[in-house]
Design a protein around this ligand. Structure first.
Ligand SMILES: [Ca+2]
Ligand SMILES: [Ca+2]
Ligand SMILES: [Ca+2]
Ligand SMILES: [Ca+2]
Length: 398
């Protein structure tokens, strides 16, 4: 490529996928320049990699000046781009720039190693990793920017306190976002303007001034390395026990998927309740389905939701699942995930395999009049998540 692609009107470029098509600047040219003042111009670019772009000025991969329109990148990787000025990958000069399912990796500039924004930007399910600058290793925001379910990790700023992850001089809103593991320069540098938490964010060094009760400041997110974890772009997985698992906002979805396309929300911590994870990656847990018998040995399983008594539930051992290995403190039953008040190993179904019978206070189960089934979920001592459900017939409801 010897000249940048010069995009000056409404346009859509749809590639076959970032692993199949790379637009390469050869370390010599800026790759995409969007320069239009057409009212409402929509520029949509998807399914490709933009790499090795270079600008002696701003925006090694992308220079966006879409004055009154919207430029959107979807399922795109931007890596190893650099700028002699600002914005190693992206310089958003004006207009609205939207990133969805984008990984910005290994870019560098003087300021804004990954991105500099002086317009309006919104990032959802985006990963920024291993970008470097003097300040704002991943992001330098001067205007208006929103991050939702983004993961920033391993970025660096060579100037102390200038934001290895984020240098903010504008209005920057964070939600369900991880800013962590900055190699130098701190995770955030709220030098001016407003760095605003909309809750459910995590930083690893406490520098992002996260003030919402749902935020997790100064917390290690237990991220895996940037890797192909499925989906079109590389991501940082959440390792076992990550505090980001199921710690996202209750109004998620949206987004309906993670960066890979995996459906949100999932019950990543195996407590029986699904919730979105913080960051761009949603942990999936393969839950084993096991047979349970509500009121063992009797049918129909009549439950009076107003009862002050207990309801027994058997988890049945099968050739594939040993119910005696269930860690009963992890078990929850019914919509409210009641904890058991009594646990015993018994032979509940007439075979010679021992089963686990747990008793739950009916009023704690959350079972409502008219419910026709109730579910139980938990984990075994070796960490296998399981769930089971049985029919019920509510009584005493008139
Ligand atoms: Ca989850
Ligand atoms: Ca959960
Ligand atoms: Ca029964
Ligand atoms: Ca049995």
């Amino acid at each position: 490529m010897i000249n940048p692609a010069f995009l000056s009107g409404a346009l859509a470029i749809s590639g076959p996928g970032p692993s199949l098509l790379a637009v390469d600047g050869g370390g010599a040219v800026q790759v995409f320049m969007v320069n239009t003042a057409v009212f409402g111009a929509m520029v949509d670019i998807s399914g490709l990699t933009i790499q090795n772009g270079f600008s002696a000025g701003q925006g090694g991969a992308v220079f966006n000046s879409n004055t009154s329109g919207t430029t959107t990148f979807t399922d795109v990787a931007m890596r190893n781009n650099s700028a002699g000025g600002f914005g190693g990958a992206i310089f958003n000069s004006s207009g609205t720039l939207v990133l969805k399912g984008v990984t910005v990796e290994g870019n560098s500039a003087i300021f804004g190693g990954g991105i500099i924004n002086v317009g309006t930007m919104s990032l959802t399910n985006v990963t920024l990793s291993d970008n470097a600058a003097r300040g704002g290793g991943a992001i330098y925001n001067i205007a208006a920017m929103t991050l939702i379910n983004a993961t920033l990790s391993g970025n660096s700023a060579s100037m102390a306190g200038f934001g290895g992850g984020i240098l903010n001089g504008g209005t920057l809103r964070l939600k369900n976002t991880i800013v962590a593991n900055s190699l130098s320069g701190s995770d955030c540098a709220p030098v001016a303007g407003a760095l605003l938490s909309d809750g459910y964010n995590l930083d690893s060094d406490g520098s992002c001034a996260l003030g919402a009760a749902s935020d997790l400041p100064n917390t290690n997110p237990l991220l895996g390395p940037l890797a192909d974890n499925g989906g079109p772009t590389m991501t940082h997985a959440l390792m076992d026990g990550s505090p980001a698992i199921d710690a996202g906002s209750p109004d998620c979805p949206p987004p309906a998927t993670d960066q890979r396309g995996v459906a949100r929300p999932q019950d990543g911590n195996g407590d029986g309740a699904s919730a979105c994870d913080i960051g761009a990656y949603e942990v999936t847990v393969q839950s084993v389905t096991v047979p349970i018998d509500i009121k063992p040995g009797s049918f129909p399983n009549s439950v009076n939701p107003r009862s002050r008594g207990v309801v027994p539930v058997a988890i049945l051992t099968t050739p594939d699942f040993d119910a005696t290995m269930v860690d009963s403190v992890t078990v929850g039953f019914g919509p409210s995930r009641a904890a058991p008040v009594h646990v015993a190993i018994e032979y509940a179904d007439g075979d010679d395999l021992p089963d686990m019978v747990l008793h739950f206070r009916t009023e704690q189960t959350g079972i409502q009049c008219g419910d026709t089934s109730a579910a139980l979920a938990g984990k075994t001592f070796d960490g296998t998540a399981f769930e089971g459900s049985d029919s019920i017939n509510t009584a005493g409801c008139k």
